[in-house]
Structure formats: C-alpha cells, structure tokens
Write a protein that binds this ligand. Structure first.
Ligand code: ME8
Length: 504
C-alpha cells in the first residue's frame, strides 16, 4: 500500500476576487502534491473557502443579497480559477457545507463539556477585516498590526477557549518537534513574540452578528470564525461525521501551507484545539512569504492587482505557474512584476526549453527520420550531461523534501541549459556531414532526447501541460526518472512549445 500524504492550503475568504498572491500558495501546494503523486504517494490535497464572519455579512448587506448568495458566486468563480490553473485538488471544501457545520457544533460542544471552553465576558479590541482580537500592546500606532486599520472595542458575553492551560505543553511540543513550524525564523517568532509573553484564553464566540455557525447549546452565539475555519482541515476528512475513514487514513496532515501572517493561528490556536480534542498535530506548518508589488503585499484591500486570468490568457497557464514557482525563494517575500514574467518566459521557457526541444526533434527527423536508439558511441564530453541527467531526480527530491521548490525547478532548467550547450559543443550538423560519424551523431541525439524526457517527466509537477506536450512530441511512454540506455525513440514532429513574447 502506498504511503499517504495530506497537504492543505489555507481556506480563502471569498470576500472579493482572488489575486496572484492566492494563486501563489495554491500553485506551490499543487506542485508539491503533483510531485508526491509522481513519487507514488497516495496524496490528498485540500483547498477551499472560509465563508463565515462579519466581513462577509457586511459585504453581502452592501450588495443587497444574502451572505450565502454572496459567497456562492465567488466560490464558483474561485473553482473556475483553480481549474484554469490546473490545480489538482482532491477536495474543495466549503465551511458552509453541512458536514462541516455539524462537526464544528459537535467539536464546540465536546470542548465545552470537558471544560476547555467556558462562558465569560469579553472586553477587547477587534479588527473586523482580519477577524482578529488584539491586546493594546499588540497594536501598532493604535491600529491593527496586520492590516493597519482601525480596531474597535467590543464588550459582550462570550465563550472562551483555555489556551493558557495548554501553553506549556505547546512550547514543549514545538521544541521537541523541530519540523513542526518552518521556516525556523517563524518558529522563533511564535515562541518569543506570542507564546512566551503568556497566552490569554481566546474568545471563541460572537453575538454581534449572525453569519456564522450557531453554538448549538446557546444559539445567540456564533462560533468564532478562526475556530470554524481551522477545524476544516479535519471536518473535511469526516472527523465527527458519519464516515471518518478519510480522517483515519490521512490525519495528521503532512504539510499545511499558510501565509506568514496566519502562522500564529495555525501554530497556537490550531494545535491547542487538536490537543484538547486528543488528536495528533500536523507534521508541519510552513509559513511562506508574500508576493509583493512595488514593495507592498498584493492584497484585496489594497486593490493593487489584476485578475490573474489576464496573465493566464496573455502568457499561458504554464508561464504563470513557472514564474511564481521559479521566481520566489519559498519562505521569503518575492516581487511580482509582469515584466519579470515576460523575461522569464522568454529566457527560460522559449529559449532554453522550447528551443532545445525544437532543435533536437528537428535534427532527429532530419538525420534519422525520427527514429533513434543508442549505439553507445559515447565520448568524454558526454559524461557531464549524462551524469547530470542521472543525478537530477535525486537533486529534485532533496529540494522538494526541504520545500526549496524554486531550486528544484532550477535544477531541471540547469540540465536543459547544459543540453543546449552540449549541442553547441558536439555540433551535430558537422557530425552529419561525415558518414563514419553516424553512430556518434545518433548517440549525441539520444543523450539529448534523454535529457528532454527525464526533464519533461519531472516537469509534470510544475508545468503539467508542458510536460504532457513534450512527452507527446517525443511519443514516448517511459516515465522513469533516471537515464535509460536502451529506449527506442520514434519521435513526432516538433511544434513550438513556447513562443517568445514581444515586450512591446
Ligand atoms: O487568511 N502573497 O484567508 P485569505 C502570498 N481565511 N500569499 C498571500 C498574499 C500575497 N500577496 N495575499 C494573501 C485567510 N495570501 C483565512 C485562512 S485557514 C484556516 C483560514 C495568502 O483569503 C495568505 O497569506 O485572507 C493566506 O495564507 C491565504 O492567501 C488566504 O488568505
């Protein structure tokens, strides 16, 4: 039986159109999920939408429709965007799904009955756009430290989750599980800035709006949206539902990807809920950086973005996927610009990859009518390229295991660059003029085909359409990830994979 791998993205707020920053998290999760499938794992990749809360209620009111009508429209648009980007999610989960609502109510009741949730009075500062409570010392210039907007005082009867009770256990867990919070810098930030100063019990219900999951034993309260949202990672698997076989199979999650501003929810509130429920914690929460434009986070509230579909229509899905996967070192912030997207597409995809495939297939047709085997007339000059092909899969594996996704993709492009250089060094057009060099010419072209084949198989994780198209042109079924000596190629006609984009 294959090993399972459960990977999640955050569930997104359907409070407006999605931007390339949301696509970034989702494309990276998709590349990791596809890569794990390629390696034979039984992958469960989940994404979805976080549909409750005051912000959504307010937006729906402004639009003169019900909150459910409001989110339905955005959710169907989101699914369309993910499908356009070839996101290979196994589950798109909505927090308005009945199975989730019922399970959250059971979780809340269980925690209340066992004394981890209790009733009290809340007085504090609340940021509605972020759905976050803050203490006065956490504010920056009197405003929300995340979004720099006004917070307001709230005072109401409320239920509280005993975070304080679990503080020591949480610190101990984080310290004894070095992979739990990654990258390392985020772990230090959580411990020193948030946990060690002392965890206060968390207000986990609201009475000032209605668009949420009602507390089943006290219906004027709705469940705090972060408790509702975080539990999606288990309710979607059937936890507390009629059929929990997926939960038994996939929990604990292997990897939960989240943006850096929501690491604290995922590494403080979420593990404490799990501890209180007596469940295992996810193996890793990885906090990635933001895509920024002119130094500022791309965000709905700043409105500094275009619909990602504009880029997809102009440059193609795989150019967009490649750019976000390749350009940013995962974990750090990275600049997004249309100009850099064009530069990358031209340099890496049209020149490096596209030309290599086109030149090689054209030569295979011109000199061997498309049919090539390996006569093994190897020379010293071949060793660097063939050993790079042999090592590629293990390099990509190391990089993907440590989530250096941009370096994994770079390793593939290094082989492609080396193969282009190999053409210039071996000069097949000169070999073709000499009848006695026929075997040597065939060997050279064979090595080139192998460098393209192995790269194309690996590219399935990053650029699935491109991978499929290259393998179609090669007309080869062999998906092995190492250099093969004895394949019989009968390649198809070359057609351009990426056109150069004219900047003007
Ligand atoms: O936070 N660059 O939803 P959300 C990279 N509903 N990532 C970005 C980004 C950018 N410019 N802008 C946003 C929520 N993101 C909650 C999650 S999970 C139980 C609940 C990322 O729609 C952001 O960091 O505001 C976050 O991880 C994700 O998009 C969803 O943001």
């Amino acid at each position: 039986m294959s090993k399972s791998f459960y990977i999640t993205t955050p569930i997104y707020y359907p409070s407006g159109n999605f931007h390339i920053g949301h696509c970034y998290t989702t494309i990276i999760a998709d590349a990791i999920a596809r890569y794990k499938r390629l390696k034979g794992y039984d992958v469960y990749f989940q994404t979805g939408t976080d549909e409750h809360g005051q912000k959504i209620e307010n937006k729906a009111k402004e639009a003169g429709i019900t909150p459910k009508e409001y989110v339905d429209h955005i959710v169907s648009d989101t699914i369309h965007l993910w499908d356009t980007l070839h996101i290979s999610y196994d589950k798109f989960f909505r927090t308005t799904d009945k199975i989730h609502v019922e399970a959250v109510q059971k979780i809340f009741t269980k925690l209340y009955e066992q004394g981890d949730i209790y009733k009290g009075e809340y007085k504090g500062l609340y940021c509605t756009p972020c759905e976050s409570f803050w203490t006065p010392i956490q504010l920056v210039d009197g405003k929300c430290p995340d979004c720099n907007r006004e917070v307001h005082e709230v005072s109401e009867e409320a239920y509280f989750l005993k975070l304080s009770k679990y503080q020591d256990r949480l610190v101990e867990y984080i310290e004894s599980h070095p992979n739990f919070i990654q990258p390392e810098s985020r772990k230090n930030e959580m411990i020193h800035n948030f946990i060690q100063p002392g965890l206060q019990d968390l207000c986990v219900s609201r009475t000032s709006f209605r668009w949420g999951i009602p507390v089943p034993f006290d219906e004027k309260h709705v469940v705090y949206v972060w408790v509702d949202a975080l539990t999606n990672y288990i309710t979607s698997l059937g936890y507390m539902g009629e059929d929990d076989s997926s939960f038994q199979k996939y929990w604990p999650a292997d990897l939960q990807l989240v943006g850096k501003e929501i690491v604290r929810f995922h590494t403080i509130i979420w593990p404490i809920i799990l501890m209180a429920l007596g469940l295992e914690l996810p193996k890793q929460v990885f906090g990635h950086g933001w895509l920024v434009i002119n130094g500022e986070k791309i965000s709905k509230s700043l409105g500094n973005y275009k619909d990602p579909r504009e880029y997809i229509e102009k440059y193609g899905v795989d150019a967009v996927r490649y750019y976000v996967l390749r350009e940013v070192s995962f974990g750090s912030d990275g600049a997004f610009s249309e100009e850099a997207l064009i530069t990358r597409t031209n340099a890496d995809l049209a020149n490096n990859l596209g030309n290599l495939v086109n030149r090689t297939l054209s030569m295979v047709h011109k000199y061997f009518d498309g049919k090539i085997t390996n006569p093994n007339a190897s020379e010293e000059i071949d060793v660097e390229l063939t050993s790079m092909i042999c090592n590629l899969s293990s390099i990509v594996d190391d990089k993907m295991e440590s989530l250096h996704v941009n370096e994994a993709i770079e390793a593939i492009f290094e082989v492609l660059r080396r193969a282009n250089k190999y053409i210039d060094e071996t000069m097949p057009w000169v070999l073709a003029k000499d009848e006695t060099k026929k075997d040597r010419l065939e060997t050279v072209l064979y090595h080139l085909l192998e460098s393209i084949r192995v790269s194309a198989v690996l590219l399935e994780a990053f650029m699935p359409d491109t991978s499929k198209e290259i393998l179609r042109q090669l007309q080869i079924d062999d998906k092995s990830l190492s250099y093969q000596d004895t394949l019989c190629y009968q390649v198809g006609s070359p057609s351009p994979i990426f056109e150069r984009i004219d900047k003007d």
